[in-house]
Design a protein around this ligand. Structure first.
Ligand code: ADP
Ligand code: MG
Length: 357
């Protein structure tokens, strides 16, 4: 039997520009989207934490004191629950036994950060159960630490910040060195189109860690704290670092052009970002390349893979009155060409994670 419930909701995000820059202390430009994870938390009469998800059969049971080793929890999504409990208990939080019910409209493994929507919503829910209210930046840090403990992937803070600091109708320019966040108003004349390739992200964990290591090695060789401080000249012969440096410049240029709705500037920036992620950073796939090509061909101003790559989604900027047409064309052509089922939709920027009253 459960006590009264509290609901916490955290959105996924789409990154308009700036991938693989966050862990190099660079710039990113995500927006929180109208796909979200909801966690319902209530006091339990049985011991421990019990968690169920509408998406995965079975139930997660872990001790409430953070004693479970996240990496060994089954079903595997329970590692996020154990991760949050571990981080909270390391901060001396004391929790009562609780029941958690998770539901989500963020597709998993797609580059829209279903994992961060989940970890942020869990952090808010379990923090609330412990009688704690964190500043949003602390919530982001706890959720990231929990995700790293759960997945072993050394991610940056972009996804959690986007989920927490989202502003309706705005993208967020984030300086990942200072965590300074500047909302950038989205012109109503522009639609953000997201297309899921129908293939989950693969290799993302190991390749992600490898790329991160390569970046850190170049920075160390140049005597820099991070690639944020590198110049284009310094990295001219280093493809991985070249991507990071050129991508940082594209984020700032995109933020500038976005509020004016200047698609003639934005389109080429997106296309250049995709080429850089494909050729210099080596994180695209034939399906993502095909989708980008088809989107531009169907009338998008520009398109790029979004998130870590290796599968998942692409994002395109499209004149709003053409958006439905582009979505319909790309869905049909991509399905015909690949036999895969793409999921294409117009994403709307929403406010960040909060408690539902
Ligand atoms: P992404 O964050 O791009 O969606 P990840 O591989 O980082 O991809 O995260 C996906 C993982 O997050 C899933 O395998 C699962 O463990 C967890 N997850 C996300 N949403 C849910 C959900 N609604 N219920 C249970 N687990 C979820
Ligand atoms: Mg993720």
């Amino acid at each position: 039997m459960s006590g009264p419930a509290n609901l916490f909701v955290a959105p996924g995000r789409v990154n308009l520009m700036g991938d693989h820059t966050d862990y190099n202390e660079g710039f990113v430009l995500p927006m929180a989207i109208d796909r979200e994870c909801t966690v319902r938390v209530s006091r339990a009469t049985t011991a421990g934490v019990r968690a169920v998800s509408g998406r995965v059969p079975g139930e997660v049971r872990v001790p409430v004191d953070g004693g479970a080793h996240p990496g060994s929890v089954e079903p595997a999504w329970g590692r996020f629950v154990a991760g949050v409990l571990k981080v909270l208990s390391a901060g001396r939080a004391v929790l009562p036994p609780v029941d958690l019910e998770v539901s989500s409209t963020v597709p998993a493994g797609s580059g829209l950060s279903s994992s961060s929507a989940l970890s942020v919503a869990l952090t808010l829910a379990l923090g609330h159960a412990a009688g704690l209210e964190f500043a949003p930046l602390d919530t982001a840090r706890i959720a990231l630490a929990a995700e790293v403990a759960a997945s072993g992937v050394p991610g940056g803070l972009m996804d959690q910040l986007a989920s927490l600091f989202g502003v309706a109708d705005h993208a967020l320019l984030i300086d990942c060195r200072t965590n300074e966040i500047t909302p950038i108003e989205l012109s109503p004349s522009i639609a953000v189109v997201v297309v899921h390739s129908g293939l989950p992200r693969t290799l993302a964990g190991s390749e992600y860690a490898a790329r991160r290591g390569e970046c850190e090695a170049v920075a160390a060789r140049l005597g820099l704290a991070s690639l944020r401080d590198a110049t284009a000249k310094q990295v001219a012969d280093e493809p991985r670092a070249r991507h990071v440096v050129s991508e940082n410049a594209r984020v700032l240029a995109t933020a500038d052009a976005l509020s004016f709705g200047d698609l003639s500037v934005l389109g080429p920036l997106l296309n250049a970002s995709h080429a850089s992620l494909r050729d210099d950073y080596g994180v695209s796939t034939p399906e993502l390349d095909l989708l980008v090509e088809m989107l531009v061909d169907a009338g998008a101003a520009g398109a790029r893979l979004t998130g870590a790559g290796f599968g998942g989604c692409v994002v395109a900027l499209v004149q709003r009155n053409h958006a439905d047409d582009v979505v319909a064309k790309v869905t049909r052509r991509y399905a015909d060409a690949t036999g895969l089922s793409p999921d294409a939709f117009v994403a709307h920027a929403v406010d960040g994670a909060h408690q539902l009253r």
